[in-house]
Design a protein around this ligand. Sequence first.
Ligand SMILES: [Cu+2]
Length: 99
Amino acid sequence: MTVNIVGEAGSQAFNPNPVAATAGDSVVFRNNDVTIHHIVLDNGSADLGNVSPGQSTRAFTVSTSGAMGFHCTIHPSMVGTINGSVASSAPAPDPGQSY
Ligand SMILES: [Cu+2]
């Protein structure tokens, strides 16, 4: 999935934001802004490097569920969140069953 970088206005800099992802998804950031950006995950698990206008970062894989923050090292006000969820493989519980 692609997260677009659309400006430098804080949480408005990314679209979508927050990003809904499933563990195992690959995410890239595409720079649709007019200046260079450098996206990293807040927890340090991924540094996607500088990305020029019109370019995309390398992909990284969402490995965990829960909220993961990211930001731009060049413009620290640019912040966003990836909300990871685990792919559901279990069948839904039978609504007729009593416990
Ligand atoms: Cu930036």
